[in-house]
Design a protein around this ligand. Sequence first.
Ligand code: HEM
Length: 480
Amino acid sequence: TPAPPLDLNNIQGDILSGLPKKTQYYVFFDILDVKKFKADLSKFIPLIKTVAQVLKDRDAIADHKKKKLPGLVPLDGVNIAFSHTGFVKLGVDDSTLAQGGATDPFSLGQKKDAITNLGDPNKLDGNPDWDEQFLRDLHGIILISGESHGSIDKKKQEIDAIFRVNTPTASIEEVITIRGDVRPGQEDGHEHFGFLDGISNPVVDGFDTVINPGPKVVQPGVILTGHPGDVTPAPRADWATDGSFLAFRYLFQHVPEFNKFLKKNPVTKDGNGNALTPEQGSELLGARMVGRWKSGAPIDLAPFKDDPALGVDPTRNNNFFFTNEINSQLRCPFAAHVRKTNPRNDLEVPPAPIPPIAIEGRRIMRRGIQFGPEVTQDEQKLSKTLHGRGLIFACYQSSLTNGFQFLQHSWANAPKFPPFETQPEDPGLDPLIGQGTRAMSGLDPLAEQTVLPMPTFITARGGEYFFSPSIKGLKSTIAA
Ligand code: HEM
Protein backbone atom coordinates (compact mmCIF):
# COMPACT_ATOMS: atom_id res chain seq x y z
CA THR A 1 0.00 0.00 0.00
CA PRO A 2 1.33 3.44 -0.85
CA ALA A 3 2.21 5.78 2.02
CA PRO A 4 -0.42 8.41 2.93
CA PRO A 5 0.20 11.83 1.36
CA LEU A 6 2.67 14.10 3.09
CA ASP A 7 1.82 17.63 4.24
CA LEU A 8 4.21 19.43 1.92
CA ASN A 9 3.23 22.81 3.41
CA ASN A 10 4.53 21.69 6.79
CA ILE A 11 7.97 20.36 5.75
CA GLN A 12 11.00 22.60 5.18
CA GLY A 13 11.97 22.67 1.53
CA ASP A 14 15.57 21.50 1.68
CA ILE A 15 14.62 18.11 3.14
CA LEU A 16 12.60 16.47 0.37
CA SER A 17 12.99 18.75 -2.63
CA GLY A 18 16.35 20.47 -2.08
CA LEU A 19 16.43 24.26 -2.23
CA PRO A 20 17.32 25.28 -5.80
CA LYS A 21 20.71 26.94 -5.63
CA LYS A 22 23.69 28.33 -7.45
CA THR A 23 24.96 29.82 -4.23
CA GLN A 24 24.09 29.36 -0.57
CA TYR A 25 24.85 30.82 2.85
CA TYR A 26 25.13 28.60 5.87
CA VAL A 27 24.71 31.03 8.78
CA PHE A 28 25.63 29.52 12.15
CA PHE A 29 24.21 31.40 15.12
CA ASP A 30 23.93 31.50 18.87
CA ILE A 31 20.82 32.70 20.68
CA LEU A 32 21.55 35.69 22.91
CA ASP A 33 18.14 36.42 24.37
CA VAL A 34 15.48 33.69 24.42
CA LYS A 35 12.41 35.90 24.78
CA LYS A 36 13.45 38.26 22.00
CA PHE A 37 14.51 35.35 19.81
CA LYS A 38 11.10 33.67 20.05
CA ALA A 39 9.35 36.88 19.07
CA ASP A 40 11.76 37.43 16.17
CA LEU A 41 11.41 33.82 15.06
CA SER A 42 7.67 34.38 14.57
CA LYS A 43 8.53 37.10 12.06
CA PHE A 44 11.13 34.86 10.40
CA ILE A 45 8.89 31.80 9.91
CA PRO A 46 7.00 33.28 6.91
CA LEU A 47 10.33 33.51 5.03
CA ILE A 48 10.85 29.73 5.19
CA LYS A 49 10.49 27.86 1.92
CA THR A 50 8.42 24.71 2.34
CA VAL A 51 8.57 21.68 0.06
CA ALA A 52 5.32 22.82 -1.61
CA GLN A 53 6.86 26.22 -2.41
CA VAL A 54 10.09 24.69 -3.73
CA LEU A 55 8.05 22.56 -6.14
CA LYS A 56 6.47 25.78 -7.47
CA ASP A 57 9.93 27.36 -7.82
CA ARG A 58 11.08 24.30 -9.76
CA ASP A 59 8.11 24.69 -12.12
CA ALA A 60 9.09 28.34 -12.66
CA ILE A 61 12.68 27.29 -13.45
CA ALA A 62 11.46 24.63 -15.90
CA ASP A 63 9.14 27.14 -17.58
CA HIS A 64 11.95 29.69 -17.88
CA LYS A 65 14.16 27.07 -19.55
CA LYS A 66 11.38 25.92 -21.87
CA LYS A 67 10.79 29.48 -23.04
CA LYS A 68 14.57 29.90 -23.48
CA LEU A 69 14.48 33.13 -21.49
CA PRO A 70 17.84 34.73 -20.70
CA GLY A 71 19.49 34.51 -17.25
CA LEU A 72 18.20 32.66 -14.21
CA VAL A 73 14.88 33.01 -12.39
CA PRO A 74 15.50 35.20 -9.32
CA LEU A 75 14.96 32.89 -6.36
CA ASP A 76 15.72 32.57 -2.71
CA GLY A 77 15.19 29.72 -0.30
CA VAL A 78 15.38 30.03 3.46
CA ASN A 79 15.38 27.16 6.02
CA ILE A 80 16.29 26.91 9.72
CA ALA A 81 17.47 24.13 12.04
CA PHE A 82 18.54 23.84 15.69
CA SER A 83 21.15 21.85 17.57
CA HIS A 84 20.54 20.11 20.89
CA THR A 85 22.29 22.96 22.72
CA GLY A 86 19.96 25.34 20.88
CA PHE A 87 16.89 23.51 22.18
CA VAL A 88 18.35 23.47 25.68
CA LYS A 89 18.94 27.22 25.49
CA LEU A 90 15.34 27.71 24.31
CA GLY A 91 13.92 25.51 27.05
CA VAL A 92 12.40 23.19 24.43
CA ASP A 93 12.11 19.56 25.57
CA ASP A 94 13.76 17.62 22.73
CA SER A 95 13.80 14.24 24.48
CA THR A 96 11.78 12.54 21.72
CA LEU A 97 14.42 13.54 19.18
CA ALA A 98 17.38 11.67 20.67
CA GLN A 99 17.14 7.91 20.16
CA GLY A 100 19.86 6.62 22.40
CA GLY A 101 19.80 8.88 25.45
CA ALA A 102 23.09 10.44 26.46
CA THR A 103 25.09 8.61 23.79
CA ASP A 104 22.75 9.73 21.03
CA PRO A 105 24.74 11.71 18.46
CA PHE A 106 22.19 14.54 18.49
CA SER A 107 22.39 15.00 22.28
CA LEU A 108 26.13 14.47 22.30
CA GLY A 109 26.78 17.00 19.56
CA GLN A 110 29.14 16.38 16.65
CA LYS A 111 32.17 17.86 18.46
CA LYS A 112 32.17 14.81 20.77
CA ASP A 113 30.91 12.38 18.15
CA ALA A 114 33.76 13.39 15.83
CA ILE A 115 36.30 11.88 18.22
CA THR A 116 34.20 8.99 19.56
CA ASN A 117 32.70 7.74 16.33
CA LEU A 118 33.60 9.63 13.18
CA GLY A 119 37.37 9.24 13.42
CA ASP A 120 38.34 12.91 13.13
CA PRO A 121 41.92 13.52 14.32
CA ASN A 122 41.98 15.10 17.77
CA LYS A 123 44.16 17.70 19.39
CA LEU A 124 45.93 17.39 22.74
CA ASP A 125 42.99 19.06 24.50
CA GLY A 126 40.68 16.25 23.33
CA ASN A 127 38.79 18.38 20.83
CA PRO A 128 38.76 17.59 17.14
CA ASP A 129 41.22 19.56 15.02
CA TRP A 130 38.54 21.95 13.76
CA ASP A 131 38.26 25.69 13.18
CA GLU A 132 37.59 27.36 16.52
CA GLN A 133 34.10 28.63 15.62
CA PHE A 134 32.91 25.02 15.37
CA LEU A 135 34.38 24.16 18.77
CA ARG A 136 31.82 26.51 20.32
CA ASP A 137 28.27 25.35 21.01
CA LEU A 138 26.32 26.43 17.95
CA HIS A 139 22.59 26.84 18.62
CA GLY A 140 21.30 26.86 15.10
CA ILE A 141 21.80 27.32 11.42
CA ILE A 142 19.99 29.37 8.80
CA LEU A 143 20.28 28.28 5.17
CA ILE A 144 19.86 30.94 2.50
CA SER A 145 20.07 29.79 -1.09
CA GLY A 146 19.55 31.55 -4.36
CA GLU A 147 20.52 31.97 -7.99
CA SER A 148 22.97 34.87 -7.39
CA HIS A 149 25.05 36.53 -4.71
CA GLY A 150 22.75 39.56 -5.03
CA SER A 151 19.70 37.47 -4.10
CA ILE A 152 21.24 35.79 -1.07
CA ASP A 153 22.86 39.01 0.16
CA LYS A 154 19.52 40.78 0.04
CA LYS A 155 17.80 37.93 1.86
CA LYS A 156 20.52 37.85 4.48
CA GLN A 157 20.08 41.57 5.16
CA GLU A 158 16.35 41.03 5.61
CA ILE A 159 17.01 38.21 8.09
CA ASP A 160 19.73 40.18 9.94
CA ALA A 161 17.18 42.98 10.36
CA ILE A 162 14.58 40.62 11.87
CA PHE A 163 17.05 39.41 14.51
CA ARG A 164 18.74 42.87 14.73
CA VAL A 165 22.14 41.18 14.28
CA ASN A 166 25.10 43.30 15.46
CA THR A 167 22.92 45.83 17.28
CA PRO A 168 22.53 46.28 21.06
CA THR A 169 19.08 44.59 20.93
CA ALA A 170 20.20 41.59 18.82
CA SER A 171 18.49 38.28 19.65
CA ILE A 172 21.15 36.18 17.89
CA GLU A 173 24.87 36.38 17.32
CA GLU A 174 26.19 35.29 13.94
CA VAL A 175 29.11 33.00 14.84
CA ILE A 176 30.28 32.13 11.34
CA THR A 177 28.81 32.20 7.86
CA ILE A 178 30.10 29.99 5.07
CA ARG A 179 29.20 30.64 1.47
CA GLY A 180 28.93 27.76 -0.96
CA ASP A 181 29.04 28.17 -4.72
CA VAL A 182 28.29 25.75 -7.50
CA ARG A 183 31.39 25.40 -9.69
CA PRO A 184 31.56 27.44 -12.90
CA GLY A 185 30.80 26.49 -16.50
CA GLN A 186 31.13 22.82 -17.44
CA GLU A 187 31.95 21.94 -13.83
CA ASP A 188 28.44 22.90 -12.67
CA GLY A 189 27.18 19.97 -10.59
CA HIS A 190 30.66 18.48 -10.18
CA GLU A 191 32.42 18.43 -6.81
CA HIS A 192 35.99 19.79 -6.58
CA PHE A 193 37.77 16.53 -7.51
CA GLY A 194 35.80 16.78 -10.76
CA PHE A 195 33.12 14.09 -10.34
CA LEU A 196 29.46 14.71 -11.11
CA ASP A 197 27.62 14.65 -7.78
CA GLY A 198 24.06 14.62 -6.54
CA ILE A 199 23.03 11.71 -8.75
CA SER A 200 21.93 9.09 -6.25
CA ASN A 201 19.51 10.21 -3.57
CA PRO A 202 16.72 8.08 -2.12
CA VAL A 203 13.38 8.13 -3.91
CA VAL A 204 10.73 8.73 -1.24
CA ASP A 205 7.44 6.84 -1.25
CA GLY A 206 4.47 9.21 -1.21
CA PHE A 207 6.53 12.14 -2.46
CA ASP A 208 8.51 11.48 -5.62
CA THR A 209 6.49 11.27 -8.80
CA VAL A 210 9.33 10.43 -11.17
CA ILE A 211 10.83 7.07 -10.28
CA ASN A 212 13.87 6.19 -12.37
CA PRO A 213 15.34 2.67 -12.35
CA GLY A 214 17.66 2.27 -9.37
CA PRO A 215 17.71 1.37 -5.67
CA LYS A 216 14.44 0.59 -3.90
CA VAL A 217 12.08 3.40 -2.99
CA VAL A 218 12.37 4.25 0.72
CA GLN A 219 9.57 4.80 3.21
CA PRO A 220 9.08 8.51 4.02
CA GLY A 221 10.10 7.87 7.64
CA VAL A 222 13.66 7.05 6.60
CA ILE A 223 14.06 10.77 5.98
CA LEU A 224 11.15 12.37 7.89
CA THR A 225 10.44 11.96 11.58
CA GLY A 226 7.09 10.52 12.61
CA HIS A 227 6.33 8.57 9.42
CA PRO A 228 6.38 4.86 8.54
CA GLY A 229 10.06 3.88 8.39
CA ASP A 230 11.09 6.17 11.27
CA VAL A 231 12.48 3.57 13.66
CA THR A 232 12.43 5.73 16.79
CA PRO A 233 11.87 3.55 19.87
CA ALA A 234 9.51 6.07 21.49
CA PRO A 235 6.91 8.08 19.57
CA ARG A 236 7.93 11.60 18.57
CA ALA A 237 6.30 14.58 20.26
CA ASP A 238 3.82 16.25 17.88
CA TRP A 239 6.11 19.21 17.27
CA ALA A 240 8.97 16.84 16.41
CA THR A 241 7.23 15.12 13.47
CA ASP A 242 7.57 16.18 9.81
CA GLY A 243 11.16 17.19 10.55
CA SER A 244 14.58 15.74 9.79
CA PHE A 245 18.07 15.62 11.27
CA LEU A 246 20.62 17.62 9.34
CA ALA A 247 24.19 16.34 9.56
CA PHE A 248 26.55 19.12 8.53
CA ARG A 249 30.28 18.63 7.84
CA TYR A 250 32.73 21.32 6.73
CA LEU A 251 34.93 19.18 4.47
CA PHE A 252 38.11 20.55 2.88
CA GLN A 253 39.29 18.73 -0.24
CA HIS A 254 42.96 18.60 -1.14
CA VAL A 255 42.50 18.69 -4.89
CA PRO A 256 46.08 19.13 -6.22
CA GLU A 257 47.23 16.37 -3.86
CA PHE A 258 44.41 14.10 -5.09
CA ASN A 259 45.42 14.77 -8.70
CA LYS A 260 49.06 14.05 -7.87
CA PHE A 261 48.08 10.69 -6.36
CA LEU A 262 46.13 9.75 -9.49
CA LYS A 263 49.07 10.74 -11.65
CA LYS A 264 51.54 8.71 -9.58
CA ASN A 265 49.48 5.51 -9.46
CA PRO A 266 47.90 4.91 -12.88
CA VAL A 267 46.26 1.55 -13.52
CA THR A 268 48.39 -0.04 -16.24
CA LYS A 269 45.87 -2.42 -17.82
CA ASP A 270 42.09 -2.48 -17.89
CA GLY A 271 40.12 -5.53 -16.76
CA ASN A 272 40.37 -7.09 -20.23
CA GLY A 273 44.15 -6.84 -20.22
CA ASN A 274 44.35 -3.89 -22.62
CA ALA A 275 47.25 -1.52 -21.97
CA LEU A 276 46.26 1.98 -20.86
CA THR A 277 48.10 5.25 -21.44
CA PRO A 278 49.18 6.97 -18.20
CA GLU A 279 46.30 9.46 -18.63
CA GLN A 280 43.76 6.68 -19.14
CA GLY A 281 45.22 4.78 -16.18
CA SER A 282 44.91 7.80 -13.88
CA GLU A 283 41.34 8.44 -15.02
CA LEU A 284 40.46 4.80 -14.33
CA LEU A 285 42.11 4.94 -10.90
CA GLY A 286 39.98 7.96 -9.95
CA ALA A 287 36.84 6.32 -11.29
CA ARG A 288 37.56 3.17 -9.28
CA MET A 289 38.05 5.20 -6.10
CA VAL A 290 34.68 6.91 -6.52
CA GLY A 291 32.72 4.16 -8.29
CA ARG A 292 31.75 6.58 -11.05
CA TRP A 293 33.62 8.34 -13.82
CA LYS A 294 33.87 12.11 -13.64
CA SER A 295 30.96 12.17 -16.12
CA GLY A 296 28.79 10.40 -13.54
CA ALA A 297 28.74 7.08 -15.43
CA PRO A 298 28.77 4.21 -12.88
CA ILE A 299 31.76 1.91 -13.33
CA ASP A 300 29.55 -1.05 -12.48
CA LEU A 301 27.93 -0.45 -15.89
CA ALA A 302 30.92 1.06 -17.74
CA PRO A 303 33.87 -0.54 -15.94
CA PHE A 304 36.83 0.36 -18.14
CA LYS A 305 35.76 3.14 -20.46
CA ASP A 306 33.83 6.28 -19.65
CA ASP A 307 30.37 6.66 -21.18
CA PRO A 308 29.44 10.35 -20.77
CA ALA A 309 25.95 9.89 -22.24
CA LEU A 310 25.24 7.25 -19.57
CA GLY A 311 26.55 9.60 -16.87
CA VAL A 312 23.89 12.24 -17.44
CA ASP A 313 20.97 9.96 -18.32
CA PRO A 314 18.76 9.73 -15.20
CA THR A 315 16.93 6.71 -16.59
CA ARG A 316 20.19 4.72 -16.63
CA ASN A 317 22.81 6.32 -14.40
CA ASN A 318 21.57 4.85 -11.13
CA ASN A 319 20.44 1.48 -12.41
CA PHE A 320 23.21 -0.75 -11.05
CA PHE A 321 23.34 -3.13 -8.11
CA PHE A 322 26.75 -4.89 -7.97
CA THR A 323 24.76 -8.00 -8.88
CA ASN A 324 26.71 -11.26 -8.55
CA GLU A 325 29.79 -9.29 -7.54
CA ILE A 326 30.07 -10.12 -3.87
CA ASN A 327 33.28 -11.99 -4.65
CA SER A 328 34.59 -9.65 -7.28
CA GLN A 329 36.20 -6.27 -7.48
CA LEU A 330 36.72 -6.60 -11.22
CA ARG A 331 34.12 -4.00 -12.16
CA CYS A 332 34.00 -1.97 -8.94
CA PRO A 333 36.23 -2.07 -5.83
CA PHE A 334 34.40 -2.97 -2.62
CA ALA A 335 35.64 0.25 -1.02
CA ALA A 336 34.76 2.60 -3.90
CA HIS A 337 32.97 5.60 -2.36
CA VAL A 338 29.54 4.83 -3.84
CA ARG A 339 29.80 1.11 -2.95
CA LYS A 340 30.82 1.86 0.65
CA THR A 341 28.06 4.41 1.20
CA ASN A 342 25.32 2.48 -0.63
CA PRO A 343 26.30 -1.20 -1.01
CA ARG A 344 23.03 -2.02 -2.84
CA ASN A 345 22.77 -5.79 -3.52
CA ASP A 346 25.99 -6.49 -1.62
CA LEU A 347 23.94 -6.58 1.57
CA GLU A 348 20.92 -8.33 0.12
CA VAL A 349 22.61 -11.46 -1.09
CA PRO A 350 24.07 -14.29 1.03
CA PRO A 351 26.75 -14.95 2.22
CA ALA A 352 26.90 -11.32 3.38
CA PRO A 353 24.94 -11.20 6.66
CA ILE A 354 21.66 -9.34 6.33
CA PRO A 355 22.13 -6.27 8.54
CA PRO A 356 19.63 -5.68 11.35
CA ILE A 357 18.41 -2.58 9.55
CA ALA A 358 17.65 -3.07 5.90
CA ILE A 359 19.78 -1.02 3.59
CA GLU A 360 16.81 1.24 2.81
CA GLY A 361 16.95 2.40 6.43
CA ARG A 362 20.50 3.65 5.92
CA ARG A 363 19.84 5.95 3.00
CA ILE A 364 20.50 9.67 3.46
CA MET A 365 19.27 12.70 1.49
CA ARG A 366 22.39 14.60 0.43
CA ARG A 367 22.24 18.37 -0.07
CA GLY A 368 25.75 19.75 -0.27
CA ILE A 369 27.36 22.60 -2.12
CA GLN A 370 30.96 23.35 -3.06
CA PHE A 371 32.92 26.15 -1.44
CA GLY A 372 36.18 27.87 -2.33
CA PRO A 373 37.88 28.85 -5.58
CA GLU A 374 38.93 26.75 -8.56
CA VAL A 375 42.45 25.30 -8.41
CA THR A 376 45.00 27.94 -9.47
CA GLN A 377 47.95 27.42 -11.81
CA ASP A 378 50.33 27.77 -8.85
CA GLU A 379 48.57 25.02 -6.96
CA GLN A 380 48.62 22.81 -10.03
CA LYS A 381 52.32 23.41 -10.52
CA LEU A 382 53.22 22.74 -6.89
CA SER A 383 50.66 19.89 -6.45
CA LYS A 384 49.82 21.63 -3.21
CA THR A 385 46.67 23.23 -1.83
CA LEU A 386 47.15 26.94 -1.15
CA HIS A 387 43.47 27.99 -0.98
CA GLY A 388 40.79 26.26 1.07
CA ARG A 389 38.07 24.52 -0.96
CA GLY A 390 35.75 21.58 -0.58
CA LEU A 391 32.24 20.48 0.16
CA ILE A 392 29.75 21.88 2.62
CA PHE A 393 28.36 18.40 3.24
CA ALA A 394 24.78 18.29 4.45
CA CYS A 395 22.41 15.35 4.61
CA TYR A 396 18.97 14.65 6.06
CA GLN A 397 17.70 11.50 7.77
CA SER A 398 15.27 10.53 10.55
CA SER A 399 18.07 8.85 12.51
CA LEU A 400 21.67 10.04 12.74
CA THR A 401 22.61 6.71 14.31
CA ASN A 402 21.34 4.74 11.31
CA GLY A 403 22.20 7.34 8.71
CA PHE A 404 25.24 9.63 8.53
CA GLN A 405 26.98 8.37 11.66
CA PHE A 406 26.63 4.74 10.60
CA LEU A 407 27.84 5.39 7.06
CA GLN A 408 30.93 7.20 8.30
CA HIS A 409 31.73 4.98 11.30
CA SER A 410 30.64 1.48 10.33
CA TRP A 411 31.06 1.58 6.58
CA ALA A 412 33.52 4.25 5.35
CA ASN A 413 35.99 3.87 8.25
CA ALA A 414 35.64 0.06 8.53
CA PRO A 415 38.33 -1.84 6.57
CA LYS A 416 36.34 -5.10 6.64
CA PHE A 417 33.15 -3.68 5.20
CA PRO A 418 31.46 -5.02 3.08
CA PRO A 419 32.00 -8.35 4.89
CA PHE A 420 32.66 -10.97 2.23
CA GLU A 421 33.85 -14.08 3.98
CA THR A 422 35.04 -15.78 0.81
CA GLN A 423 37.34 -12.91 -0.10
CA PRO A 424 40.95 -13.09 1.15
CA GLU A 425 41.56 -9.32 0.98
CA ASP A 426 39.88 -6.64 3.07
CA PRO A 427 38.05 -3.95 1.13
CA GLY A 428 39.89 -1.23 3.06
CA LEU A 429 38.71 2.31 3.78
CA ASP A 430 36.56 4.58 1.66
CA PRO A 431 39.29 6.37 -0.34
CA LEU A 432 37.48 9.72 -0.17
CA ILE A 433 36.04 9.98 3.35
CA GLY A 434 37.50 7.00 5.21
CA GLN A 435 39.39 7.95 8.41
CA GLY A 436 41.96 5.64 10.01
CA THR A 437 44.68 3.61 8.29
CA ARG A 438 43.93 4.73 4.78
CA ALA A 439 44.40 1.97 2.21
CA MET A 440 42.14 -0.04 -0.06
CA SER A 441 42.26 -3.09 -2.32
CA GLY A 442 40.69 -3.58 -5.74
CA LEU A 443 42.05 -0.54 -7.52
CA ASP A 444 43.89 -2.69 -10.07
CA PRO A 445 41.17 -4.76 -11.77
CA LEU A 446 43.64 -7.52 -12.64
CA ALA A 447 45.25 -7.63 -9.17
CA GLU A 448 42.28 -7.21 -6.84
CA GLN A 449 44.22 -8.19 -3.75
CA THR A 450 46.86 -5.52 -4.13
CA VAL A 451 46.43 -2.93 -1.41
CA LEU A 452 47.22 0.69 -2.15
CA PRO A 453 47.88 3.00 0.82
CA MET A 454 46.89 6.60 0.32
CA PRO A 455 47.13 9.99 2.05
CA THR A 456 44.17 11.97 3.35
CA PHE A 457 42.35 13.84 0.61
CA ILE A 458 39.49 15.22 2.73
CA THR A 459 39.78 16.93 6.12
CA ALA A 460 36.87 17.95 8.37
CA ARG A 461 37.32 21.45 9.83
CA GLY A 462 33.94 21.61 11.55
CA GLY A 463 30.50 20.10 11.87
CA GLU A 464 27.34 19.81 13.91
CA TYR A 465 24.06 17.92 14.07
CA PHE A 466 20.87 19.93 13.72
CA PHE A 467 17.15 19.21 13.59
CA SER A 468 15.08 20.90 10.91
CA PRO A 469 11.58 21.19 12.42
CA SER A 470 8.19 21.38 10.72
CA ILE A 471 6.47 24.73 10.24
CA LYS A 472 3.83 23.73 12.83
CA GLY A 473 6.58 22.68 15.25
CA LEU A 474 8.32 26.01 14.83
CA LYS A 475 5.09 27.93 15.47
CA SER A 476 3.60 25.77 18.25
CA THR A 477 6.68 25.02 20.31
CA ILE A 478 9.87 26.77 19.26
CA ALA A 479 8.62 30.32 18.72
CA ALA A 480 5.92 30.00 21.39
C1 HEM B 1 27.92 9.73 -3.69
C2 HEM B 1 31.72 12.74 -3.59
C3 HEM B 1 31.34 13.02 1.25
C4 HEM B 1 27.84 9.71 1.17
C5 HEM B 1 28.97 10.53 -4.08
C6 HEM B 1 29.40 10.73 -5.45
C7 HEM B 1 30.47 11.58 -5.41
C8 HEM B 1 30.71 11.91 -4.03
C9 HEM B 1 31.27 12.10 -6.59
C10 HEM B 1 28.78 10.10 -6.68
C11 HEM B 1 27.60 10.86 -7.19
C12 HEM B 1 26.27 10.34 -6.75
O1 HEM B 1 26.06 9.13 -6.70
O2 HEM B 1 25.41 11.17 -6.42
C13 HEM B 1 31.92 13.10 -2.26
C14 HEM B 1 32.91 14.04 -1.81
C15 HEM B 1 32.79 14.13 -0.46
C16 HEM B 1 31.74 13.22 -0.05
C17 HEM B 1 33.90 14.76 -2.73
C18 HEM B 1 33.54 14.98 0.53
C19 HEM B 1 34.17 16.09 0.22
C20 HEM B 1 30.40 12.11 1.65
C21 HEM B 1 30.07 11.81 3.03
C22 HEM B 1 29.10 10.85 3.00
C23 HEM B 1 28.80 10.57 1.61
C24 HEM B 1 30.70 12.46 4.25
C25 HEM B 1 28.41 10.16 4.16
C26 HEM B 1 29.03 9.75 5.25
C27 HEM B 1 27.52 9.50 -0.15
C28 HEM B 1 26.38 8.69 -0.57
C29 HEM B 1 26.41 8.69 -1.97
C30 HEM B 1 27.56 9.50 -2.37
C31 HEM B 1 25.36 8.00 0.32
C32 HEM B 1 25.44 7.99 -2.91
C33 HEM B 1 25.81 6.55 -3.08
C34 HEM B 1 24.81 5.85 -3.94
O3 HEM B 1 23.61 5.90 -3.63
O4 HEM B 1 25.23 5.21 -4.91
N1 HEM B 1 29.79 11.24 -3.24
N2 HEM B 1 31.23 12.61 -1.17
N3 HEM B 1 29.63 11.34 0.82
N4 HEM B 1 28.18 9.97 -1.25
FE1 HEM B 1 29.75 11.23 -1.20
